[in-house]
Design a protein. Structure first.
Length: 317
């Protein structure tokens, strides 16, 4: 049996597959074109793909032997899951293992933009530092402020737990109210409008669905305090990005820190690169060696389970 892997992943996952099957791994350090993926799946029994790979009807039809599509990500909006189901193909993802890692990065971004860490680093490297000055690189305190969390799933809850150490008031908006989380974390459930109005820092943790597409639209952005910051480690399409850029340019909010973007990876809005009040990261929410290795093992194990006739743990269809 053959497994096609669209991008090299940590070696432990690859070795698990190579011990049992013929494995073809994308030899290029780039996202494959749709045509290249179609060619790769033609004689494959399993596909291990990434969130950046569009697995649509054309790809699924080309994989006439496919039994499983294992997505190396928590999200799976890159896959036509309904069509895969029609074809009897199992679809799996890699949930759970990246919760704490992504929460860490959300906090790293929050701290970096609030305290102007990236600006300060650039300032130093450009040789501009002439000594301590009372008004140099003034940022914003984090301790004791109000954190608004949009999406109180596992990652949102992990972010909220970290906020307790900073003495923050935590507001949250989620599709469903979660009394148990309120009790554990002291978080307060509010409407999205209230959260946008009252939060000093807003951190997004929702999946990309038809309901969350453009969820943080211009009306929501207009509600933010001029002193507030927006942090996004969810999906770029959750925000009206052009309007956010306009607000940042005009100083109508203090700043933003973004790990995800509309049109990534090839079509990130170049205007973002010109803004000093934005911290940008290359979709690295799960980018620790430990977490990415766990994801590789989970994705590989799902393939092994299906090809050996067992039900995989993380089936999404």
């Amino acid at each position: 049996m053959k497994v096609f892997v669209t991008r090299r992943i940590p070696e432990k996952g690859i070795r698990m597959l190579e011990d049992r099957y013929e494995v073809e791994v994308n030899p290029h350090d780039r996202v494959l074109t749709k045509e290249e993926i179609i060619e790769g799946v033609r004689d494959a029994d399993a596909l291990l793909c990434l969130l950046t790979d569009p697995i649509d009807r054309d790809v699924i039809d080309a994989g006439k032997k496919l039994r499983i599509i294992s997505n190396y990500a928590v999200g799976y909006n890159n896959i036509d899951v309904d069509y895969a189901s029609e074809k009897g193909i199992v679809v799996t993802n890699t949930p759970g293992v990246l919760t704490e890692t992504t929460a860490d990065l959300a906090w790293a971004l929050l701290m970096a933009v609030a305290r102007r860490v990236v600006e300060g680093d650039r300032f130093m490297r450009e040789g501009k530092f002439r000594g301590w000055a009372p008004m140099l690189m003034l940022g914003t305190d984090v301790y004791g402020k109000t954190l608004g969390i949009v999406g109180m799933g596992k990652i949102g809850q992990a972010v909220a737990r970290r906020a307790k150490g900073f003495g923050m008031k935590v507001l949250y908006y989620s599709r469903k109210r979660k009394p148990e989380v309120e009790k554990e974390l002291g978080a307060e459930y509010v409407s999205l409008e209230t959260l946008m109005k009252e939060s000093d820092f807003i951190s997004l943790h929702v999946p990309l669905t038809p309901e969350t597409m453009n969820m943080i639209n211009r009306d929501m952005l207009e509600l933010m305090k001029p002193s507030a910051y927006l942090i996004n480690t969810a999906r770029g399409e959750v925000i009206d990005e052009p309007y956010l850029i306009d607000m940042l340019k005009k100083g109508r909010i203090r700043g933003a820190a973004l790990d995800v973007f509309w049109g990534e990876p090839l079509n990130v809005n170049p205007e973002l690169y010109e803004l000093d009040n934005v911290v940008l990261a290359p979709h690295m929410g799960s980018a620790s060696l430990e977490t990415r290795t766990k994801m590789a093992v989970m994705a590989a194990q799902a393939i092994i389970d299906v090809l050996e006739g067992r039900e995989p743990k993380n089936r999404v269809n």
